[in-house]
Design a protein around this ligand. Structure first.
Ligand SMILES: *Cc1c(COP(=O)(O)O)cnc(C)c1O
Length: 384
């Protein structure tokens, strides 16, 4: 079922999936096979070898394309493998304009891997899309944005980036991991490629590492499918199945993530020991109007700083929460708490980190879908 006339909640459950032709199994089976028998050389049912095609992966690729309002989906063994495939569209000498507020692993693969292959990256403040224009030259091929960003929840105007990309014939890539297709569909605003770490909200249960790309352009899909098959960073069928299962409840999970996120952001904002809360749903968030335009709600990711702006004060909070587990990652049903200064962003020198707005006491929450009163009580006793 591919009809994009159906509402998202219906597509999350039915898109890409049809009863198994041999048994009628309602859920797509895990096709745990590496190869497929051919009737005669080249005469087969569309499947030859499982790096190239696997029916469980096909079902998921079609489902992801549908829920991102795209024509094509491609799955990878992780979000970073999906990013790696996109970068292989480029050649030595090509330049990329990147939002400077970026997932740490993406920053690392750009600066430590692809920079060595002669690709040049310009890291810029994309909170004002017009900043991009100053960095476009004849070698520029791509704009790479993430919105909302981690951990400061900055917002990039996708439509404004797409306008600049079209003027200069650049490929606009948007990492939509934080928002998920429930909150935001970058292709609708003119993005060319959507990147997902399905490890997060799409999988939703902290039990799988998986990545995906979604696009509308057939030529781009053909090039990326060629890279997917040639380089081989494909997910196993069991992992594809876990994501296929996860997305069936994306809408109900996200609805609760958003409700809980709003309640906790509001609670923290009124807490006497809290200095500042970063959440794009507040009307005084610098790009709230853009968030309102391109997102349907504001999600369950937020960060806050303490009046006592020290690593020690943050550690006291982190060590006391009981329901919020201290861990990297995000987007699962269980609430997580993290400390960017010593965890995800620990490798950035302190001065640079603080200049980027990541102060010592900054704490990041991935608000889960537990009862919100229990979550608030946990934060209340931990902040003290
Ligand atoms: C986690 C994450 C990635 C990387 O995905 P993996 O599945 O861990 O490889 C990329 N972008 C964002 C925004 C992420 O949160």
């Amino acid at each position: 079922m591919q009809s994009n006339n159906l509402k998202l909640s219906t597509r999350l459950i039915h898109a890409g999936v049809s009863p198994d032709p041999t048994t009628g199994a309602i859920m797509t089976p895990i096709y745990q096979t590496s190869t497929y028998v051919q009737e005669a050389p080249g005469k087969h049912k569309g499947y030859e070898y499982a790096r190239t095609q696997n029916p469980t992966r096909t079902a998921l690729q079609n489902a992801l394309a549908s829920i991102e309002n795209g024509k094509f989906g491609l799955c990878f063994s992780s979000g970073m493998a999906a990013t790696d495939a996109v970068m292989k569209l480029l050649m030595p000498g090509d330049e990329v304009i990147v939002a400077n507020d970026l997932y740490g692993g993406t920053f690392r693969v750009f600066t430590k891997v692809f920079a060595n292959y002669g690709i040049r990256f310009h890291f810029i403040n994309m909170s004002h899309a017009e900043n991009i224009r100053g960095y476009v030259n004849k070698n520029t091929k791509m704009i790479w944005a993430e919105t909302p960003t981690n951990p400061l929840l900055n917002i990039v105007d996708i439509e404004a980036c797409a306008k600049i990309a079209k003027e200069h014939k650049l490929t606009l890539v948007v990492d939509n991991t934080f928002a998920s297709p429930y909150l935001q569909n970058p292709l609708d605003w003119g993005a060319d490629i959507v990147v997902h770490s399905a490890t997060k909200y799409l999988g939703g249960h902290s039990d799988v590492v998986h990545g995906a790309l979604i696009m509308n352009d057939a030529e781009l899909e053909e090039r990326l499918r060629f890279i997917q098959n040639s380089c081989g960073a494909v997910p196993g069928p069991h992992d594809a199945w876990l994501v296929l299962r996860g997305i069936k409840t994306l809408h109900v999970r996200m609805q609760r993530h958003c409700e809980n996120g709003r309640a906790i952001a509001t609670f923290l904002r009124h807490h006497p020991k809290v200095e500042k809360v970063y959440w794009c749903g507040f009307p005084d968030h610098p790009n709230h109007d853009i968030a309102k335009k391109q997102m349907r709600d504001f999600g369950g990711m937020l960060s806050f700083t303490l009046k006592d702006d020290s690593i020690e004060a943050a550690n006291r909070v982190l060590s006391k929460t009981e329901l919020f587990s201290l861990a990297e990652s995000l987007g699962g049903v269980e609430s997580l708490i993290g400390h960017p200064a010593t965890m995800t962003h620990g490798s950035i020198p302190r001065e640079q980190r603080i200049a980027n707005g990541l102060s010592d006491s900054l704490i990041r929450l991935s608000v889960g879908i537990e009862d919100v009163e229990d979550l608030i009580a946990d934060l209340r006793q931990a902040i003290g």
